[in-house]
Structures are given as structure tokens and as C-alpha cells.
Design a protein around this ligand. Sequence first.
Ligand code: FUB
Ligand code: ZN
Length: 640
Amino acid sequence: MIKFTACLLFALCLSAADDWRDQGVIYLDHSPHAAMHPVPIRSVKLGAGFWQERRRVNVERSIPTMLELLEAHGIVDNFRRLSGRKDAPRKGPLYTDSDLYKWMEAVAFVLQSGDVPKLRATLDAIIDDIRAAQEPSGYLNTNYVGDKVPLRFTEMYRSHELYCLGHLLQAGIAYYRATGDRKLLDIGIRFVDYLTANFGPEKRPLLTGHPELEMALVELYRTTGNRAYLNLAGYLLSGVETERLHLKPSQVSYMFSGIPFTSRTIFEGHAVRAMYASSGATDYYLETGDPLYRKTLDSLWADLTNRKMYITGGVGSRSDGEAFGDPYELPNSQAYTESCAAIGNMMWNFRMLAASGESRFADIMERALYNGINSGMSLDGTLYCYRNPLASDGEKIRNEWYDTTCCPPNLERILASLPGYFYSTGKDGLYVNFYHDSELNWQGLKVTQKTNYPWSGDVEFTVTPESTREFTMFLRIPAWSHNSNVELNGSMMPAQPGQYLALRRTWKPGDQFTLRLDMTPHLIAANPRISEDTGKAALQRGPLIYCLEQPDQTARIPDLSLINPTANFANEFRKDLFGGVVVLKHAGAAYDQPSDREPLYETLDQAGRRKMNPVSLTFIPYYAWANREPSAMEVWVPLK
Ligand code: FUB
Ligand code: ZN
């Protein structure tokens, strides 16, 4: 490993040596255009509470059961078959290697938080299976073998060869950062070296038909210091091979690759592809500072957040092509909102946050994480949503397995890596991106948070530097927290929403302060152009979006509406429900006669005479829906 000499961290940075233990979800300590540097996963220990419970279930249930399923569906045997260790036909769609790699990355992230010897041994055995399957050239893919060898790199618009490699590299990097062992990383590097030897502007053309490799290559560059990997990412993003590959406009729209990334102005096509491409392009910007990339990324972000993103942070409206729709095309029950796309949204915004230091990007991360990602996994950790719609008539939405099982291991790797998103360092101090009962211990600084977030908005901080020193604690004040304050040394200071509040002072061991975020529930209106949400409101409390689900209501969901939207919500902590959640109650009304007994059309006068009865509506956090019997649900509720 290359040892860098420059130290770009803030004043507490003691050493510039590049130790694998110092490297987080992404490693930006030497990225010249990074304003913020994530801390390692192992430096943050989450205390009991919201995410730690999810993380416990992830390790104890999700990760083991997913491996059983990957084994049962022959996904691991696909590798063993190539080495002769198993005589079994290849199983599953052409991209299944990536599902195993994502699972391996999840395990590697778990190991970054602390050794789990049994899990490590299982992972080591699978790494051995993968190594045995790799060809001497470095090529590795379980689909393009046997009579499909002639098809290698001939159908890159669909082949997922490079997508799988991207996930292999990410797993290898995570494993290296967990253990210091390069064995999985080197398998990926051998394949990349095969690519650099054979492909490029003067050689054969290359295309990521499903972007993913771009961000993995930039991370590989950050891990090894080898600039060839960054250059390969730049080549893929440059999209210079449109003609040599005879790509059609419809293909480059769908793939979100194949033309220069910097020529993009809007999101279109396959949502996961677009999010991963944007993540890779941001990674490339963080290393190169190319202003055209920054301009493109800013325009795309505006397109997403002003016109194409759900209130849950989910993206991708159409099931046809798993794709973005037109501006404001955000249907609720038809929403596609693949879990992977919400994850991609969070990953992209994490990189934009690092590039800018602006809290609006962390706000989107939080929105996606608590809602559109969190909904993707059942509370018992064994069932998953591929789609995360915002309304349902009660279809069965969660399954333990999908033939395209990209989402489950993706959710597992996010939960396993979560501590790595909580803090970043910058040249002036420490940024607190997320809140949770936790302890950071990093570069001679301890920070503890005592809180019951997200059920409570109060966070008590204790700051303990090794010795007294001056730096800034930057606290993210979410845009939803309209009346926040910080109490420090007996004085209260207000905190503006939508920015990092800078607390600059000389901190001494044991200094304390309390942040109070405003958890008042708010009804949210949608842009008038989102036709499905006209005359409706959604409910948000803190970072959580709420919904109505049938079991909690006294009338059927299609017959319900909210009345008197200015009335206060009653908060109730229900210990018995979903492992403990705050439910919100509000006055509503229900049609006396169920609406499916009304005529299809009638005059407004007649409709106005329909009798409604007062009811109490009970809202639950959106992420928790579909954890009982399949039943109707809605996020956007009609206003009476
Ligand atoms: O393209 C195959 C899978 O479909 C990918 O893993 C995901 O992006 C999903 O949308
Ligand atoms: Zn997916």
C-alpha cells in the first residue's frame, strides 16, 4: 500500500500514515476536492436504539438467512462450478455474482465494527471459492463462460460484467479495510488489470451498461494510490465510445452511460444506474475537481430534488424500465422506488456532502435512510421490498427472495456500514451528520451522544479531546427542524434549520452541551404539479414520514380523510408496536357509506351531500408498514 504524506484532516489529525483501519465507507483523506472526510466505521459505536436494533437483526438474521438463500439458489455454486468444486448447472440471471459480492461487502462492513470469527470464517471460505473460479487472465464472471465465452464484452449494454466487477472491488476494499488482508481485493485488481491491458481509447472500447464500476475504481485508486484506476473511471465516465459501440440514444438514456456524463442535464432511464453513475461521477470530481462535473452534478441534483424524488427519498417512478418518469410524475401506488435506487440516492448524496460540506445533502441522505431505504427490510430482517410504493391496496410487498435479488444484500450492506456515515472531519473540526445514541472515538477525540432519536429530538453531547484544544463542532440542523436550539454552559442559542451550526470553542475533556431538535409533526403539501397528491397531505415527524395502515384504522383507508389540518397531533409511544414506535393520532373523517358503494360519477352537489363521520386516524412510521398481514396503506391522505 502506498503511504501518503499529506494530512488534510483537522487539527486533531496526528498521523498521516495510511492505515487500512483509518479508512471508512469511502476514504477521502487525500481527495483534494473533499471538504469533508468520513470517519472509519469502527470509530463509531452505536448504542441501544433505533438503528442498533436494525443492525443487530441484520447480523443475526438477515445476513445468515441471505447466505442460506444464495446457497439454496445456486449463486455460490456458480463459482464452485467453475473451479470444479461442484458439478451444478449455472443458476439465476446473468448478474447474480453481484448479489453474492454485495452480501460479502455487508459481512466485511460488519467485521469493520468488530470481529465475528464465525462470520469471518464463512466469508473466507467463499473468498476461496471465488479465487478458485478466477481465470489466469484475471477475467471473472460466472455467466460468460463455456459456450458464452465469445459473447464477453460484446453485449456490454446488458451484460453486467463490469457491474459485477464493481461489486467485487467494493467487497474486496471493505474486506481489506476490515482485516488488512488483500486477498479479495487482489482478485478484483487482477480483473481490473486485465481491463486496463486490453481496453481503452487505443484498444477495445469499454462500457458500463450498468454503472457501478466507476465508483469502485475511484475507491480502488484511493485504496492503492494507483492512478490508472482513476483514469479508467474517467474513461468510462467520458462516454467517448458511443460510436465505436454503435449505441442508440435510447440505450444511453436508459443506461445513464455511454455518452459523456458531463453532457447530462436531467435524470432519465434506469434509476439505480443513474444513481450509481452520479455517485461515480462525484467520486471522480472529488479527485479531479473538474468543474464540468460539478456543474453537471449540481444540475442533476436540482432535477432530482425539485422534480423527481418521492417524499420518502425513493426515486424511480416507473416499473417499465425501473425508470425515472417525467418531471412531477410521482405516482403513489404505482411507484417503483426500488430499494437499491433509494440506497443509490443516499450513496450519491454522501459524496455530494463530502464535496460541498452542505447539510442539504445530508438531509436527503437522512430522508432516504429513515424512509425509502428503511422500508426495504422487514423488522424481523428476513423479508424485503424490491418496490417501496407510497400507497397500497394490500398486495404482498415483502418477499424473502427475488430472482433479481439486488436489494436485500444492498440493504444489508447499508445497515452494516451505517456508523461510517455519522461523522465527518473537515479542516476546522468535526461534523455531526446523523444523531443516535453513540460514541465516536477517533484521532484522540471522544464524542458521545445520549439520545432516543428519532423518537426524541434531544441529544446530549459530551466532548472529550485527549487534551484541551480549539476546534469547531458542526451540528447538522435538519431542514425539518424549524425551532432548534443548543444549550451550552447555561446559555441557549437558536439554530437555523438547513445548515451545520458551528460551535467553535476551546474544548476541554468532558465538555457538555444539549441539542434540541424540533420534533413537532408537520403536514406536508406536495408541489401542485404532482397530480396524485393534489388535495392531500403527508405527515412528517422529525426524519420520519408517516402513513396510515389499515389495521390501525376504524374505517377502510380509501374512505378516510384528514380534517382540520391545523389541529395538533397526539404523540403516543407504543412500546408494543413494531418494537416501539411513536404513533401519531389526528382527527379525521370517514364516509358513512363505503365509497365503493357510491356511483362512479355524480354532480358535485350530490357528492357534497355524502355523509361523513368523525374518526380518529392513527399514523405509523412509513418504514414499518407491511410488517403485519398485507393490508392497505397510504402516505398521502386526502384533506377534507
Ligand atoms: O440490473 C439488474 C439489477 O436490477 C441491478 O442489480 C439493479 O440495479 C436492479 O435494478
Ligand atoms: Zn435492487
